[in-house]
Ligand binder design. Structure first.
Ligand SMILES: Cc1cc2nc3c(=O)[nH]c(=O)nc-3n(C[C@H](O)[C@H](O)[C@H](O)COP(=O)(O)O)c2cc1C
Length: 479
């Protein structure tokens, strides 16, 4: 695990997973190179000597779409399987003890501090990522820091940010997100909401920023717990917000109530693979202080059309959460939980040992209720027996094809919360802000009441396999 973006990039380089690119254009070229490289599961990219910008003002992309990057960010050993990573994170989560950030006076982020007329967010080579984006999105690999005005705890979350002018940024945080709730609290008091936005930082902070921690649990405390030491922060004088001392670029300022100022945000190429949410007015932040390190690195994490996944290949953010909530709700004998599909949040698979009639249905129904809120999130909920690895989609499909009679074991239930980013909201629903769609529950477990009569699986038993492998060791050596 590394403490800042630069050390993270150095480690990727040592592992042969990083490539430098010189002379690319911020206007669609960086975005397209990133897309083509992500499609090929290629290395991380650091762009320098970007058109119109001085050497040293860099953009880093493609850092987390492969397991090497994600395991490095989360501190998982290389040899851990995907399902073991999910189980490990679940275990850590359950033992969580807050480790608060440590305030320091100095840090690399204070190398350049700009105020007043010196503030110009165009100083950084923000790409226009996708062809139909409505502008330049500086916030794609971002953490946005806010403090609850009543309870005083500090949140950070990843919400996209579009440049409006040299001192103004629009940010899209969907309904129910913690920054959305906090900013509304300030506005209800007639006050602007203090906000700090980091556009490049320690990758663990970014990773945790995208995980839905419960209300009241600070991402800083979680990051400190995972690291085993408090995250070093400096305090921004005007907003009073703690910002990571090793961040690359941070904009601090205030978000006024939308009646006072809000600007058109979007379209943006979104993670479902469409420009679904179009253009709407969204809240803004007026920058009061702009910090950056010498030779700053802007971190970009723009979505790319599925099945390419530019975010975490291992679904820590969805599967761990779901598995925990099912167990806390008293569901027994859950053997594994995994979430597949765009953003690793659409097709949830729960493997369980069926203990009683209706067990699988009960688990699936709860899973459908727990996994919702983002666009398309938890649209398909599949339950499988304990012999199926939920992280192996082909194995899951085998179970769906052979242990599920659609007439009896597939249910479609309407009315679950999705979000404006869902491409399946028809124009009428969108106009009346009805952000709901249905979910599909597929029970691909052997039918409970005759599971003992279900045909046996055609595979050699573990003892026979081991015996044969031991005897024929040379035959299987390089296979
Ligand atoms: C790369 C990436 C981009 C994201 N962009 C947004 C976004 O623009 N708006 C949003 O509401 N959530 C977005 N999310 C999801 C949130 O970051 C996630 O729900 C997080 O838990 C929000 O933090 P909170 O729980 O503290 O509100 C994004 C997630 C990732 C991985």
């Amino acid at each position: 695990m590394t403490d800042d973006l630069r050390k993270f990039l150095d480690t990727l380089k040592e592992k042969g997973k990083l490539r430098m690119v010189n002379g690319a254009d911020w206007d669609l070229e960086i975005g397209t190179i990133n897309e083509l490289m992500a499609e090929r599961q290629g290395p991380a990219l650091v762009f320098d000597n970007i058109k119109d910008y001085p050497q040293g003002f860099r953009v880093a992309t493609n850092l987390m779409h492969h397991r090497v990057g994600q395991k490095l960010a989360f501190g998982f050993p290389d040899e851990m399987t995907d399902l073991e990573c999910v189980a490990d994170w679940k275990d850590k989560w359950n033992k969580f003890q807050p480790v608060p950030p440590v305030v320091v006076e100095e840090g690399p982020i204070k190398e350049n501090i700009l105020k007043g007329d010196d503030i110009d967010i165009y100083k950084f080579p923000t790409p226009k990522w996708h062809t139909h984006d409505g502008g330049r999105y500086i916030g794609t690999g971002i953490i946005t820091i806010t403090k609850d005005p009543d309870e005083g705890w500090v949140n950070f979350g990843t919400y996209r940010v579009m440049i409006q002018d040299k001192t103004t940024l629009a940010f899209y945080a969907s309904p129910g997100k913690h920054a959305t709730i906090m900013r509304e609290k300030y506005w209800a008091m007639g006050k602007p909401c203090p906000v700090a936005m980091c556009f490049g930082q320690d990758m663990l902070l970014f990773s945790i920023s995208t995980i839905g921690l419960p209300w009241g649990m600070s991402e800083y405390d979680m990051a400190g717990y995972i690291k085993g030491k408090g995250v070093e922060v400096v305090i921004d004088e005007e907003t009073g917000l703690p910002i990571p001392a090793t961040a690359e670029i941070v904009a601090c300022g205030f978000s006024p109530p939308p009646e006072e100022d809000s600007r058109p945000e979007g379209p943006f190429g979104e993670w479902q693979g469409y420009y679904a949410s179009g253009t709407r007015n969204e809240p803004v932040v007026h920058i009061k202080t702009l910090y950056h390190r010498n030779d700053p690195i802007l971190f970009g994490q723009p979505p790319v059309k599925p099945p390419v996944n530019t975010w975490f290949p291992i679904p820590i953010h969805t599967a761990t959460f779901l598995w925990n909530r099912l167990e806390k709700a008293g569901m027994m004998d859950i053997k594994g939980v995994y979430v597949h599909g765009p953003g690793n949040r659409v097709i949830a698979v729960i493997s369980l040992k069926q203990r009683y009639l209706g067990h699988a249905k009960q688990v699936a129904t709860l899973a459908g209720a727990f996994l919702q809120g983002g666009a398309c999130t938890g649209r398909y909920i599949i339950t499988v027996d304990e012999d199926i690895d939920p992280s192996n989609l082909e194995e899951v499909l085998w179970a769906v094809c052979t242990r599920c009679d659609p007439e009896h074991y597939i249910n479609i239930v309407p009315g679950f919360l999705t979000s404006p980013l869902d491409p399946m909201l028809n124009p009428e629903k969108r106009a009346r802000k009805d952000y709901t769609t249905s979910k599909v529950f597929i029970n691909a477990c052997r039918p409970y009441h005759w599971k003992d009569k279900f045909p046996p699986v055609n595979v050699a038993g573990p003892e026979l396999r081991q015996k044969v492998l031991t005897k024929w060791v040379d035959l299987f050596k390089d296979v």
